[in-house]
Write a protein that binds this ligand. Sequence first.
Ligand code: AMP
Ligand code: ZN
Length: 472
Amino acid sequence: MMDTKTYLYNTLSKKIEEFVPVEPGKVSMYTCGPTVYHYAHIGNLRSYIMEDVLEKYLRFVGYDVKRVMNITDVGHLTSDGDTGEDKMLAGARREHKSVMDIARYYTDAFMEDCRKLAIKRPDVVEPATNCIDDFIHMIEVLLEKGYAYVAGDNVYFDTSRLAHYYVLSAQKEEELQVGVREDVEEDKNKKNKTDFVLWFTRSKFADQELKWESPWGLGYPGWHIECSSISLKHLGERLDIHCGGVDNIFPHHTNEIAQSEAYTGHKWCNYWFHINHLNTKNGKMSKSSGEFLTVSLLEEKGYDPMVYRLFCLLSHYRKPLEFSWEALDNVAAAYEKLMRRLKKLTEEGEAEPEGAAEFEKKFAGALGDDLNTSSAITVLYDMLKSDLPDAAKRKLAARFDEVLSLGLTRAFEEEAVDSELAAYVEERIEERRLAKKEKNFARADEIREELAAKGIVLEDTREGTLWSVKQG
Ligand code: AMP
Ligand code: ZN
């Protein structure tokens, strides 16, 4: 372990706190996964990028991290307040496909986006539909303990049974009530406005495609129970860090706390890490607004996905971030410049001279200060400007990139590929020169063609044969 202290803003205490895991040296981390009824937009991906940096930072300073993420493929309704239809069903109807086809397609698309953005796959990725028995078990226990009730063939969580229901939210109770009241159709089965559904049955949503047998009839789980149950299943009863976007604070995470603590009978998660939104000029980027940007779209427009990752890393995760093409262009230029600078580094000098460790410490310190990614990037620039030998700079850049994952080491790899290519071409040119000397012109032409097929163009000059890589 590095002896770096980690400080994180905790939505639970609304303060920056020193991070101390339940078990020394180990971190359990849960992430709310995507609802797979559509492509993830770059706003969703901002959240996953910042969570990825947090996980990699914790590993960087020496923690053994286990991270779990669910895939929401059932139960997330078009309104977070339990009204509307299942988002998955809406997606299936939109595309004239089955819910499972939609789920598979968009889960793969999400994983592909993550790969492009160098977001590490969590240790466990669990689709909700894999865990129906676990949800049913948890709901049964909540009923037994008197925290849930059956009404109109649905099972509800009784929020009035808790002393501290609003534990996560900074808002006043009355304001939250307004949020709940905004639902078009008020659910008459609920004893309290803030109660939420644990299990839906056919009585409410007849056209639901995926349904399972349960003690309460054929039906499907609510969205909130998924995350509580999947987290408890893989990470145990005491969770270190729970992540998500700020829109999940209420009702989703508030309800997760209610269920998990009612179930376990004690405090569940110690640190709540929330990422603020990516906005457009017109407000929050969202899947339902229809107008959203995807990683593929950025690529079509010629942006390297790494540029978007850097765009996110340059601002603090707790601040709203406004997206604009101008801002992205500026970051693209900065990224290119940074890569050029890295490419110029040679392998000369000592790789671990005195002074190198100091930069590593500073880098960890910046991230340990409530994940200040832009300060960490400043440390990278300071390091590159320093008088450390090139070899040490390379090594540190690669080390920092274990957390930043900006593809920085590509700058070194490309050079290695280039020099390999150069060695190969030079060898063939020499072979061709000898063939010509022996008047074996057929062989000389053959070599020229072989290289042309690889996109390498030869030009015979008085100084010898020059070569270049054909553009495009
Ligand atoms: P969803 O697929 O809608 O369940 O959302 C996946 C994740 O993206 C959740 O953690 C959300 O809180 C987060 N999220 C949604 N919209 C945004 C946004 N505009 N900016 C950042 N994160 C977001
Ligand atoms: Zn969740």
